[in-house]
Design a protein around this ligand. Sequence first.
Ligand SMILES: [Cu+2]
Length: 71
Amino acid sequence: MDQEITLKVGGMTCQNCVRHVSTALRKLEGVREVEVRLAEGDARVTLAAGGATLGEMLAAVQDAGYEAQAV
Ligand SMILES: [Cu+2]
């Protein structure tokens, strides 16, 4: 079953940032869908069972140069 996970993302200032964060998350195992919202400063990830861990998602966003934390 798919899971919906929301991450708080800090440091995004424009649509390029949104794209960087989306791309980083989409590369992860089991990620089906990513919706990053600039105004809200969050990312909603739809994840297949057995996919990436929360830690991997946070690390991916941080490696892309943004702050991330679990909600
Ligand atoms: Cu930007």
